[in-house]
Design a protein around this ligand. Structure first.
Ligand SMILES: [Zn+2]
Length: 555
């Protein structure tokens, strides 16, 4: 027991902070106190935000004090749209994307195979033979010896072809006599023998026989993904594909105290009645793991000309895109939306083209009319291409626009040849959406794009395309400020997962999740933000990442 010392008021006998951050620029994302110098945490919670002097009152002999040296601190980033295990599996697997030659490609596989338990499949890879000289497709003969008996099935980075070694061709029963399946190609050499490269539908023959990932393999992928998240200051993720076997692994890691990221796991919309049958409400669970929304698909993607538009594609005038299978007929999607909403669950639907967005907004409107007012937080995932009059509906209906700003500077290189300048005005319409009163929740869609919020903030604030051809930004009137982009990546995402009471800002009572950034994002020219880095990541009141220091293992 602490005895009050002379001059110390009895009320000061508060618990000492376990962690204090001092001498910083704290950007709180709390409108009542936007800036501060220092923060005190007790255990997993923030207990005080204020001046250095305010926070010194909380420190004691047991307090870990971090002197920020003037650096910027923001709330831990919350990536509102990831495919966490897919991304982790890519990281945990062989890395082939940056190989510069066939020899390097072969050697990487050999090295990776050497560290694997016997019989384990080698998948992923993301190779790109266009980076090799000559730029020719690899063959099974190139890797057969290197793969040391492991089945190998490594994909090109676009996911439209993969290379199998001879062992996998044998397991899949693919020979010179196997015909090409509809929509697929078995690449053959001059003598008619399969080379190992399988394109599109032909990949399905191998995917059907590849063993499912074990719990241990999924856990390895989650650990790799968590390390990557920590390096980027990401302390919360919303996993759009948390299948039951993945949710189970999350539970195991939670029970072992291994989670270093908070996870909100989405389930397929079509399974809504299972959740409703056990009486779950939106966001059931705890602070580290909860059941997120229900994810449905209204259409495809712009890159594959399957995003659903009102007007045809300029460069593919025979099509205006495709409605997703769940939309055929549309009444099926509507039934899911109405049912899930009536049960008190949250609905999040992927919609990219302007028509897909228009249809889903109409369904959300109908659900609100039929099921009555409620804090439902409907979401549209991507909300990429919007008609101007639909943008206002996001605000009016309070539909969350869950968007991935990095896609804007990536697609912005080529999207206009596909949709033309008029439709481009409502694309990634961050500014107009915020002005309509809608909530923006930012994310990455990792592994489709890097799970790197600083790059996302750069993308939203500059809209400079990756090819450097739009230095003033693609559709520059849709830029938002850095402060608005930070808010979308913190409070906006927290709101989207019903977590805004416990995270999203640095304020007393909230979870102690924060990121220290190398430079002051709010005063530097936005175009330089792409060079900034996360220096330190604090999760649940403890440091889980420091740049340049190998990561402390999870506890
Ligand atoms: Zn996605």
């Amino acid at each position: 027991m602490l005895l009050p010392m002379a001059g110390m008021h009895i009320a000061d006998a508060q618990p000492a902070a376990s962690l204090a951050l001092v001498n910083g620029k704290i950007w709180t994302v709390n409108e009542a106190q936007p800036r501060a110098e220092a923060v005190a945490c007790v255990g997993s919670r923030i207990v005080a935000v204020g001046s250095n002097a305010d926070i010194r009152k909380w420190t004691g002999p047991g307090t870990a004090v971090i002197d920020l040296g003037g650096k910027l601190v923001v709330p831990g980033f919350n990536d509102a749209h990831v495919h966490f295990v897919d991304g982790g599996q890519n990281l945990a697997s062989v890395q082939l994307r940056d190989t510069k030659s066939e020899a390097e490609f072969r050697d990487r596989i050999a090295q990776f195979a050497g560290g694997l338990p016997a019989g384990r499949w080698i998948t992923g890879g993301d190779w790109d033979h266009e980076n090799w000289t000559p730029a020719r497709l690899p063959t099974r003969q190139l890797i057969d010896d290197a793969s040391a008996g492991h089945p190998v099935f490594v994909n090109r980075l676009d996911g439209h072809m993969a290379l199998a070694n001879s062992r996998v061709l044998k397991l899949a029963g693919i020979t010179r006599d196997t015909p090409d399946p509809p929509g697929g190609t078995i690449v053959r050499d001059a003598a008619g023998e399969p080379t190992g490269v399988l394109k599109d539908a032909a990949m399905g023959r191998v995917e059907r026989i590849a063993p499912p990932h074990s719990e241990d393999q999924i856990a390895e992928a989650v650990r790799a993904a968590m390390r990557y998240a920590a390096e980027h200051g990401v302390t919360s993720v919303q996993d759009m594909s948390a299948a039951p076997e993945i949710l189970r692994v999350y539970q195991t890691l939670l029970a072992r105290g291994e989670l270093t990221v908070r996870i909100s796991g989405h389930q397929p919309l079509a399974t809504w009645n299972r959740l409703a049958a056990v009486g779950l409400h939106a966001a059931f669970g705890g602070e580290k793991l909860h059941i997120g929304g229900l994810k449905g698909f209204a259409d495809g993607s712009l890159g594959s000309t399957t995003a659903l538009f009102f007007e045809p594609y300029l460069d593919a005038p025979n099509t205006a895109g495709l409605a997703g299978a769940e939309m055929i007929p549309e009444s099926k999607m509507l039934d899911h939306v109405l049912g899930a909403d009536r049960a008190g669950l949250q609905v999040a639907i992927h919609a990219i083209g302007d028509k897909a967005n228009h249809i889903i907004l109409g369904m959300y409107e109908e659900a609100e009319q039929k099921n009555g007012p409620r804090d439902r937080r409907f979401r549209i995932e991507h909300a990429q291409h919007l008609r101007m009059d639909d943008i206002a509906r996001f605000g009016k209906l309070q539909v969350i626009a869950s968007m991935q700003p990095y896609h804007c500077i990536d697609d912005g290189r080529w999207a206009e040849k596909r949709i033309g300048p008029e439709r481009a005005k409502g694309t990634y319409a961050f500014r107009s959406l915020l002005d309509s009163g809608a909530v923006l929740a930012f994310g990455s869609d990792w592994p489709v794009a890097p799970m790197a919020p600083l790059m996302g903030i750069y993308a939203a604030a500059t809209r400079r395309t990756l090819d450097g051809k739009r230095p003033d930004g693609w559709v520059p009137e849709q830029k938002i400020t850095v402060a608005e982009a930070i808010r979308a990546y913190t409070m906006g995402s927290a709101y989207a997962s019903f977590d805004d009471k416990i995270k999203g800002s640095i304020e007393a009572g909230k979870l102690a999740d924060m990121a220290v950034v190398s430079d002051d994002l709010l005063t530097m020219p936005p175009a330089e933000i792409e060079k900034t880095r996360v220096e330190t990541t604090i999760f649940d009141g403890r440091v889980i990442y420091r740049r340049g220091v190998s990561q402390a293992g999870a506890r």
